[in-house]
Design a protein around this ligand. Sequence first.
Ligand SMILES: [Zn+2]
Length: 251
Amino acid sequence: MTITPVKAFNDNYIWIIGEGSRAVCIDPGDPAPAAEYLSRSGQVLEQIWITHHHHDHCGGIDALRRAYPEAAVYGNADIEAATRAADNGLQIRFGDALATVWATPGHTAHHLSYLLENSDGLHVFCGDTLFSAGCGRVFTGTIEALYESFQRYNSLPEHTLFYPAHEYTAANLRFAAHIEPDNADICAALQAAEQASAPTLPVNLAHERAVNPFLRAGLPQVKARVEALIGQPCDSGLAVFAALRELKNRF
Ligand SMILES: [Zn+2]
């Protein structure tokens, strides 16, 4: 089984899972690079998994289904082109692997993640919920929901791999370094991301626990720094998390 990032637009990744001559495409916002990859690799598109309704994630569904009419489209009820309703807990089989749908709202009200388990371990296609060293902005969801989604991710084993839909790593790490200037892991990751010519993704949960401020909101040094920056106390992990999101919006 292969998991390949296909670049789209400025900084999107369409992740394509391949198994023999069959493929799953996650969040094809732009059909052209996905179709080009499939034809070059000789794979037939069997399934499309959609994390949320933003156009840069689902804009390519119709064109891909014209090329691959048999492809099943999984998504929340707010995805018009979906052919299968994906609800929290749904299990989807692809080859020998099984994916489980998790509701991970916050960025949008109905954002989904797809957790694929295969012989290599656990792979989370997290759309715009978690980015390396960051998180999605709150659009139609709530900050409370986003915080809960992060708690849910954080319950996974540390070697779990995350496959976000955007290459925002370097910019996010600059913000992380602003929050924790003395954190050596963040400095090293920032240097690596700024020099990277290839995708910085996927990332594992252990790495994210070390560098992602939104997974570190419960730590005393992060709380103290956030309180100093906003000039008021934060009485919970959620309050620190929400303040971090506000600070990032203005960074
Ligand atoms: Zn989005």
